[in-house]
Design a protein around this ligand. Structure first.
Ligand SMILES: *[C@@H]1O[C@H](CO)[C@@H](O)[C@H](O)[C@H]1NC(C)=O
Length: 324
């Protein structure tokens, strides 16, 4: 085979969310604030759960692990996207592009299965309340955390195997703010129909089967809750509403992107913002604002580390308003 003037692609160009310069400065501010909120909110949940021994139960461990994975989902692409709002020519090296593909499938796949773990935990708590503590022992709890990471890892390695050997020879514009498989395979210079089908089958299988498991477990739980009516069940119902909101917000975009991957790519771009930025923000909001135990534990944490008036004193010091 002779060398043509088409050199192999060493970097990709990310088209980003928008090409209007004014809009980009605006998005820079908005997304920076969102990203800080994601970090703060989720670190606060992890800190609260680990420091309060009354929250050392499987439900809260899973919640803290969800916060951790939310930080991961929000961090593999968002900081680069935010920095990219400031530059006109947004590029990413071939290796970094593969790394983004690897991490998005590891974290998003892991989060899907972790949501199933959380649903299973609620199922045992509500449908088998007398056996809850014996079923959810330490080993089961650790398993419920490890399985999502293993499934995520297997899923992402199998996805990457399809992409890593694709030949790229010319087109290198990725119409999104991070590299993901459907967009990158489209740029390869061979017919990628079969590869695209395999990718859809792989991602589609994971998201649809986790989604079905979730629908089944929440249906069983809801039927159980409906047939009982006590104060405890009212609490169970509000926990459930929180879980179902998170599940819908996370799975809606993922299933749309992967099960109909040949839809408009600009729609996919907006949907990708939903699961990389909005779900990680919403999880802490949904779980903490609705949960009395978490709120109480946070107040305790605050009074332990910050004495009354201390915050305002710190702020006054920072602003040099303290008069000597
Ligand atoms: C995740 O879950 C494990 C096992 O339940 C727990 O030991 C660990 O503290 C949790 N991780 C976080 C970040 O809370």
């Amino acid at each position: 085979m002779t060398e043509t003037n088409q050199s192999p692609v060493t970097e990709f160009v990310l088209l980003g969310l928008s090409n209007s310069q004014e809009l980009q400065s605006f998005l820079f501010v908005i997304f920076s604030v969102f990203y800080l909120a994601i970090l703060l909110g989720n670190f606060l949940i992890i800190l609260t759960v680990t420091s309060d021994s009354r929250l050392h139960t499987s439900m809260y461990f899973l919640l803290a692990n969800l916060s951790f994975i939310d930080i991961c989902v929000a961090s593999f692409a968002t900081p680069k996207m935010i920095a990219d709002f400031l530059v006109e020519h947004k590029t990413i090296s071939f290796e970094a592009c593969l790394a983004q593909i690897f991490f998005v499938h590891l974290f998003a796949g892991g989060e899907m299965v972790l949501l199933v773990s959380m649903a299973y935990d609620r199922y045992v708590a509500i449908c088998k309340p007398l056996h809850y503590l014996t079923i959810m022992n330490w080993r089961v709890c650790v398993t419920l955390v490890l399985v999502p990471w293993c499934v995520g890892f297997i899923h992402t390695t199998s996805q990457l195997a399809f992409a890593v050997n694709l030949p790229f020879c010319g087109p290198n514009q990725v119409d999104s703010f991070f590299c993901d498989l459907p967009l990158v395979t489209k740029l390869a210079c061979i017919d990628t129909y079969v590869v695209s089908l395999l990718i859809v089958a792989d991602s589609g299988f994971l998201s649809m089967s986790s989604f079905l498991l979730l629908v089944v477990s929440y249906t069983v739980i809801l039927i159980t809750v409906r047939n009982r009516s006590s104060a405890g069940m009212a609490k169970a119902r509000s926990t459930l509403t929180a879980h179902i909101t998170v599940v819908t917000l996370f799975f809606g975009p993922c299933i749309f992107i992967y099960v109909w991957p040949f839809s408009g790519y600009s729609v996919d771009k907006v949907l990708a913002v939903l699961y990389t930025i909005f779900t990680p923000i919403l999880n802490p909001v949904i779980y903490t604002l609705r949960n009395k135990e978490v709120k109480t534990a946070m107040l305790k944490l605050k009074s332990r580390y910050l004495k009354p008036g201390q915050i305002s004193a710190v702020i006054r010091n920072i602003l040099f308003l303290e008069t000597k």
